[in-house]
Design a protein around this ligand. Sequence first.
Ligand code: MTE
Length: 321
Amino acid sequence: MRLHPTPPIPAGEITPEAVYRDRRRLLAALGALPALGLSGCGEAAPPPSRVVVTPEQARSGFRTSEELTREADATSYNNFYEFGTAKDDPATAAKTLRTTPWTVAVGGHCAKPGKVSLEDLLKGLPPQERIYRMRCVEGWSMVIPWLGVPLAVVLKRFQPTSKAKYVAFTSLADPRQMPGVRVPTLDWPYREGLRIDEAMHPLTLLATGLYGKPLPQQNGAPLRLVVPWKYGFKGIKSIVAITFVESMPKTAWNMAQPSEYGFYSNVNPAVDHPRWSQKTERRIAGSASKLFAERIPTLPFNGYAGQVASLYAGMDLKKWF
Ligand code: MTE
């Protein structure tokens, strides 16, 4: 994603503007799409479904046998706008990010708020390995072995109350360490959010490492979110605050372009991004080169429908995109 200038989407992937405008007009006329600008914020969102995901169902999503992305690709082709807007900026510019000591402020609607060190936040929780497919909204995907702890286990330590309907996350925004923050590419700090049931889902990971090693800065050290059924921008990096809130929190990309980036951002091949299709993805894995990797069909919920579709039972996913 890039706001200034427009995202670097390969020319062949972009629907010609006239075709896109006609299609939008037609679909809007048919009532199939929300009016441009409707982000899902502002209107009361449907409550979480009451369907419970069984542990077996959840565990079946913890691994995939698909070919892994090379570590060198996963750590050199990154989005981390605090360090620049080009894919290869973070790998060099983020080297100066200091990740120790690191504290996270947890607050809002919970019985035990507090500002805690990273060590205390994760105390007694050995990192687990999860091999997840990751789908970026820009049309590429990777398969990454993460290390991390289930977000639910960490959140429960702070005892969220019944008013905690959503969880808001905030990244560090330090202009001394992060050159990109000196430029208004986004409304800093980077912010993201999840509905409480999404945050508590066993697939949702607070990642601290990848490929068996601690997270490199460019991938969001020392602590980032990984939500494998959502587009990659939900995976907020270098988290410094977690807040339990009652209403849908503001999120960085939704604030920047509400018609393009909804709050939910579940991977959905049936809902095009206004400027390109989401039906297929370039899978950067094995020896596939970053720009010309094989295109494969994108699956609903990024292939995790069996684990998460029930969270959205009864919701119109074109409206709540
Ligand atoms: N978090 C912060 N703080 N800043 C960012 O610019 N980019 C997001 C997300 N988290 C971003 C962020 C986007 S657009 C993507 S696709 C993923 O990080 C990329 O994660 P990766 O570099 O580990 O692949």
